[in-house]
Design a protein. Sequence first.
Lengths: 691, 688
Amino acid sequence: MQASYRLGIDIGGTFTDFCLLEEASGRTLIAKVPSTPAHPSEAVVRGILQFTERHGVPAQAVNYFVHGTTIGVNTLLERKGARTGLLITRGFRDILSLGRSRLPDIFDLLVEKPQPLVPRRMVREITERVAFSGEVVKPLDSAEVVQAARELVAEGAEAITITFLHSYRNPAHEQAAKNAVSEAFPKVYVCISSEIWPQIREYERTLVSAVNAYIGNKMRSYFVALQSEVGQAGVGATLLSTKSNGGVMTARSARDTPVETLSSGPASGAIGAHYVGALSGFKRLIPLDMGGTSTEVAVIDGDIRYTNQCHIGDFDIALPAVDLSSIGAGGGSIAWTDKAGVLKVGPESSGSDPGPACYNRGGKRPAITDAYVTMGIIDPEKFLGGELPLRPDLAREAIGTVATKLGMGVEETAEAILRVATSNMYSELVPLMARKGVDITEFALLCYGGAGATHGFLLAREVGIPTVLVPPSPGTLCALGSLVADVKSDFIRSENIVLDGAAPGKALAQINAAFDELRCEALGWLDREKIRVAERVVARSADIRYAGQSFEVTVDVSGIDFGRAEAAPQLFREFARAYAAIYGQAHEGAPLELINLRATAIGVTQKPTMRKVREAALSGSAAVLPVARRREIYLDGGRMEAAVYERSALTWGHTFKGPAIVEQYDTTAFVPPGFDCRVDEYAMIIGELAK
Amino acid sequence: MNQPTAPAAIATRELHTDKVFVEILNNRLNGIVSEMGHIIHKASFTPFIKEAWDFGEALVTRDGEIFSYPRDIGVAFMVAAMMEDAIKAFDHYEPGDIVMANDPSTTGGLCTHLPDIHLLKPYFNNGKLVCFTWTFIHSSDVGGMVPGSIALSAKDIFQEGIRIPAVKIYKAGKVNEEVMQTFLANCRIPYHNRGDLEAMVSAMRAAEKRLDDTIAKYGLERFEDGIEDLLSYGEQCARQVIAQIPPGRYEMVDYMELDGLDLPPARIKLAIEVEGDGLHMDFTGSDPQLPAALNLPTFGKNHHFINAGVFNFIYAVDNAIPINRGILRPVRVTIPQGTLVNPEPTAAIGVRFATVVRIMEMVFGALSQAADGAIKAPASVTGRVPAAGAGMLGVTLLSLIDPTTGELKVNVVQPLWGGSGARPVKDGIDGADFAAGYLRNIPAETSEAEMPMLVERYQLSPHAPAPGKWRGGVGIDMQFQVFTPSAILTARGMERYQFRPWGRKGGHAGTLGETFLEPGTSAERSIGKIVSHLELQPYQVVRIITPNGGGYGDPLERDPQLVLRDVEDGFVDVEGAARDYGVRIESGAVDAAGTSALRRKMAANRPAASEFSYGAEREQFEAAFPNALQDELERLLRQYPAVQRQFWKGRFWRALLAHVEKGGKVADVRADKVLAQCRDALARRKAA
């Protein structure tokens, strides 16, 4: 019988990454193909053919096929989505432009609010009203809805999104409006807030639905084209798409809720980090994804941490997602001095075009990558496997402009740039981790992305993270993550149930009934997805606060049976624990308010068995990695010699010490003095800060 | 002189540390204060904080200067808050002490009204007092005559709630329960207030841990040197900005409305003198303190609420500046005692933010004349300063009996603001204003979940934006009803019901605020400003429309395509496009030829545009009560005790109106004579 394979693909702006896994042996093959933004499936097909040509793997042997795309998020960021109309409850015409009001920069007199996705002229108010109780205050007139939709279509609307107040509680009006519009205008992409994400808070719900409508058409035609083209190439497996929540869904589902894919790329990276970290025995991780323009982190504390709101471009999208936060600079971030002569790094970035000065594409201003090159950390001949030779003279020249202003040497300035960039990350990372109740010293930093391994050890040193991990393929971790992700979807009910410890009976019954319904919804979704899974789980959680507060803590309540009386004290205990972890202390005896009840349907997929890199660990003198080359670098205010290793030469049992540089196709890892490294059976580099 | 001015020489101090370390330290400290803010944000209880972010947090030197202040969370205007008096309230501190205060006079103006509860915690490192952490929260109630504690009609501070002079609420880590219980016993929402205090303490404790780490990494000496460097770095950046403004004296006059007090609007006078790399703000000539809660207790200092507009301007020019008190070191002030901007300690102050907003816009008005005025300034400082925005930050509070529990509930319905003023290079912001840019609105669904009410409308004002080359921002239109009996609506900070937000350089003035009962029915009533409170009948509908900000520049110079866009978006109608902008729109497109012709004709037939457009209401008032006469009266009133001056001003005003009514001319009025007549009238009454 022919071997079967899983294929994971991550379609980025510059490269499309492939990770092919042979199911029986656990062998993985990776590939990188330049992306074809105008027609993304081209690169996909090219990559698949490459595996056939180079490794003899036929497309037909792929029996599990997941891909992640940035088309949705780029459509939103570049504002190239459908001309979208909004139908909204009368009195709330400007909901998308008012938003939650706070200005993006509260000090700047020239500040602008983000342009709403739907311009005012494309908004129509509808006479209807449902109260908080779900009761209809004013009935809906379908004729008015159709007339409004007709006007919008006449204005060129290709998509229509509908939000009515309190539809999370009673969606009847939204559904009736959707039916009326779809019937009258079958070609228009219609979505309603109660179907996309039925959560209380009208602006947030309207926005999620509007984004979905805005990117809906484009994503739908993209998925249709991709499915057909990879089918023609011979892949028979169902096409799956990655999601912001770290799971996967069928492309069919993704066509209905493309808004769930917005941060799927970074989310897959975190899933990949979780997987390879666990393989190497690390349960508590901070995945660090540093690329050209930004650096993002997540938290893995046994499980991956999720958030109920993520920031994409101009907007806060209230949808469950892997909790990823930008902590600022990427390799392209620019260094400059302000009027007082103080050194600054970012927020401006040279991006990939023109890129850092050393790219020799016209960039004149010094970027972080120029600092790496100037300090000798990156070998200009080896960047991207030598495919993009860098110009160290241009890097020095650019850094020289800043060095002159600071009255410092060029290398010294290069290092100062890295230190300022690192302190920028500190200022974001530390409050972020504290807000999440994470003591950073108990975690390992897992570095990936183009510059993650280059900067990760420096960051770890600055913030006091004692362990740094570099996986074998830091550049294709997202593609690997998509392969090992579970089938997953989230469900929510906004309830506002007050639970008083003295008389919990009625509230518990309400909670129990709501969770029962959520569970049915969740299992129903898994049924419809029809993806082969090893196990089905419905996890439950609740957004809870002390009555009177307005920010909720999400508490995992999967272990509580709300049909039993003990549920109340159990819930108080669980909440107090979760609350105290974030805020230091809980308030004994105060009544709780359960705002949202959540269920997550998880189809646990069969995880592959990864292959160890060799039969047994090297030991004794064999474990000491021979130094292939040495390179002079500048660090900590002086010159020093660093050992330079080829990543492919590293295997299980090898040990080495900083200062060291490990070079591989898609990144350069830099280990400063003070770190002792070893390589484990899955080729993970494990660096420990010496005591 | 029509030349760019050469930057004046700036005295710069060499750094103790270096130009890399200050940035690294500043980044670290930003992380620490931001963390504090997020902890308060999430763990606090008071309704207004929950969604609206009315709280603050910072790190403070032993001398009381803020050396790190967050830019991503909390209120915008307290960077220059002065902590020295509150710190000096005790001559000894030990680890675990926390000072609490809400009283202006014992904190030298750190506290500016009673609902703001401030905490200061000394931070020790190895037994040495290194600095202080500071937090404040706007509590929704600290007692007093109305729920929410803030009433415009308060006559003195004693009506505004419990006063807590600087006290140690924690001593060596232990809560001072006697003070705590006394405080809580005087609040309508003790449970919330206690929760808020605990949230603030958590935030300060978290900061201490971070400071420990930072000092462990860099050493105490370098840390302390770095703090000094950061402050002088901020100062130096600010001086470089100020030095580019053409030197001179720039004056501005505006008013606080005193509806319901039988007093004419109270005038604030400001002159900004640009002197090299420093600024002098002079409030001489401003009105006496008010028998209403609009007084601003600055104690005559370079106060954060006086210099907030200067800070915004400096930041708008140089947004890489480190956010700390050093930025305001180049400012000095003259604020005569007994005026509404430096009242006696017993004056009522609850609604002082309304005055703050007005002053901020007056600072803009003065700086606009300086940076975008007759003398051409370098491009680095021009084009930043806006026309007047809605100039108000109103807070509508609903106090009602919860129909299910029978408990009294006090909740914010919505913080209200209007549109911003237009900028010299772009339109104003719709539905947001700089004075309230840090606040968040409250979802209607949340309000309806928490209170028996229905929010019928929350969208932009139906009134057209103020015309200009750049148009003003549009205000908010909110309408709601409450279902339960005995509901009381209080609204504070509602301003610009009498005088419009001003336009600049030919831009029109904005619109006035409005309040209606039973709108859209035959029973519709316009009730003007809600001065203190409104008792609502069940299902009675209330509608509040906030002002639109002023326009900037000549409307005839506005890009016709932008006018068309506003027509398409429903902000301006086709008639308005022709009338206000000279833009002809035919079947959805700009008629270019018709527009040119109309604009030529309009340009030929109009008076020269004035520097400021104040609107007809203010022009009429100043015709009846000219500025020169107001100046003269203000000087005469100084002979009376500060608390009595408005009484005499009221008498004078009525006499002036009577004089005009009898056919007298304002130009003939001599202030000293009229005032003497008022005195005589009172004397006659005594005799009778």
